[in-house]
Design a protein around this ligand. Structure first.
Ligand SMILES: Nc1ncnc2c1ncn2[C@@H]1O[C@H](COP(=O)(O)OP(=O)(O)OP(=O)(O)O)[C@@H](O)[C@H]1O
Length: 477
């Protein structure tokens, strides 16, 4: 806003009156709401033969105006007849410079569209809610439609990236996961800097909630705006090994009640978001026993320290948070050649300094993003590139079923982590070996993987996203 106030006022005609057009007064009063430079999509001078003013020059401003309590944005065009066209030309230039101070104007985008994501209305949603905003910002694009599982990954591997300013996934988190795995499977993976954006037409859209918070996470206009005006943000990726396979996760790995409710409720998709809550209660009441051995390389065990560090901005230099084993190098090293696992794979012996837990659990949930769905802020201290994963564990013998469900209800605000029965850690790596059952659910970024041991570690800053301000949406903990 400070930059906007630096733009001098411009005399224009509006409704027969001559007014001083400034962003602080006139545009704001017309829009009856606050407009920041981020919301200005395009401003240009027109010869009035093409609009309602005769033989004069007009100024046209396309902005996204907040409405509905600021939760939604509405695309509006304002047109004013200008008094002096020379003065107007320099005014337009100033506004453009402010509006695109931190981002490239007129981006050319690669859109990867999953037509079956969410309720299968992806293209309709795009055409109605997103395309007009991209057009208003003079963004151009070409679209590839995914036709099968892993198609987004294959498309990304084959993509000529130099043609684009960003890759935009129009779908859910599964589509994003495939595109990220596609980038990291390319021969030039270590040199790829192209940022990813997301239009949340999936069912969960965890990344978009993490970028924009609960209020704006499912809003198409906010998401489009972040693609147009967003700031690059590097994120860590979790390298997962299972059997002889290796792949990447950017959101979560889950075992226990949350995995069952996420993956075991495909038949309830018609319910939308509610299916997760219904599934969770079902899974817990069914009294399933989630036994496993977990070997963990801890970084920080003290919940209060984790919260304090988050408030101050990770990473902090407490003696506890920093461990060695070459990891410190990893964390501070900008060299993206660190695609190799520091801790080997699930087929190697467990490193000696890892701690082993053998417990029956309700929940094992590990992740890199604060929100894992609307109203589900399970990892409030998660950060995009602290080189660590956040881990939530609840042991069966520590808590009753109803208490567990009640604590998880508090995950809408992140307050669940204040309950002593819920363990919250920062970790570097772990191996989970399911026990006592032949089959069950293990979820990686919300997709099911075989019910077999798997190992995960964090590799720093491998993918770049477009974000609102270079961080995930701030959480008040
Ligand atoms: N044409 C297609 N037909 C069938 N499956 C597809 C097709 N295109 C993509 N897929 C698969 O659809 C799966 C789900 O996609 P996506 O995650 O984007 O949507 P979602 O499941 O609705 O959202 P979320 O993951 O946020 O819950 C992906 O794993 C992808 O492989």
């Amino acid at each position: 806003m400070t930059e906007i106030s630096e733009i001098p006022p411009l005399l224009v005609k509006n409704g027969g009156k001559t007014i001083n057009l400034t962003f602080k007064n006139d545009i704001l009063s017309i829009a009856e709401n606050n407009i920041s430079s981020r919301n200005i999509l395009e401003v240009k001078l027109n010869n009035s033969s093409s609009n309602k003013f005769n033989n004069s020059v007009s100024i046209e401003i396309k902005v996204l105006v907040p409405y509905s309590g600021g939760k939604r944005l509405w695309l509006k065009n304002f047109i004013f007849e200008v008094i002096t066209s020379e003065q107007a030309a320099s005014w337009v230039e100033s506004v453009r410079n402010v509006a695109y101070k931190n981002s490239k104007p007129n981006k050319h985008l690669k859109l990867v569209m999953n037509p079956v994501s969410g309720k299968g209305r992806t293209e309709k949603i795009f055409n109605k809610d997103v395309k007009p905003i991209f057009d208003a910002a003079s963004c151009t694009y070409d679209i590839s439609y995914t036709e099968r599982v892993n198609h987004a990954k294959d498309l990304t591997i084959a993509l000529d990236l130099k043609n684009y300013d960003a890759i935009v996934c129009i779908g859910g988190d599964g589509t994003l996961n495939e595109v990220m795995n596609g980038i990291l499977s390319r021969e030039d993976a270590m040199d790829v800097k192209i940022p990813l954006g997301t239009i949340p037409t999936g069912t969960g859209n965890a990344l978009n909630f993490s970028l924009h918070g609960d209020g704006h996470g499912s809003d198409m206009a906010h998401s489009a705006l972040t693609i147009i005006k967003g700031v690059p943000m590097e994120i860590d990726m979790c390298s997962v090994t299972q059997g002889d396979k290796r792949f990447f996760s950017f959101l979560t790995q889950s075992y226990g009640a949350v995995a069952d409710c996420d993956l075991g409720t495909e038949n309830m998709r018609w319910m939308g978001d509610i299916r997760f809550s219904v599934g969770l209660v079902q899974a817990v009441l069914a009294g399933r026993r989630y036994s496993c051995e977990i070997a963990i390389k801890f970084a920080e065990k003290d919940k209060e320290l984790i919260k304090e560090s988050y408030k101050k901005g990770y990473p902090v230099t407490t003696t506890k948070i920093i461990d060695n084993n070459g990891d410190q190098d990893n964390k501070n090293n900008n060299d993206r050649s660190i695609m190799n696992n520091v801790y080997g794979t699930v087929n190697d012996p467990i490193p000696e300094d890892w701690e082993i837990l053998n417990d029956d659990l309700y929940l094992f949930f590990c992740g890199k993003t604060p929100w894992v769905g609307k109203g589900f802020l399970i990892f409030p201290c998660a950060l995009p590139s602290d080189g660590l994963m956040d881990l939530v564990i609840t042991k069966r013998d520590a808590i009753s079923k109803t208490r567990f469900i009640n604590i998880l209800k508090n995950a809408s605000t992140g307050a669940h982590i204040n309950y002593t029965e819920l363990e919250y850690y920062k970790i570097k790596a772990y191996r989970l070996t399911p026990k006592n059952r032949q089959d069950g659910y293990i979820g990686i970024d919300g997709e099911r993987i075989p019910f077999e041991p798997f190992q995960v570690e964090v590799l720093p800053r491998l993918i770049t996203l477009l974000s609102v301000d270079g961080n995930y949406c701030h959480v008040n903990i």
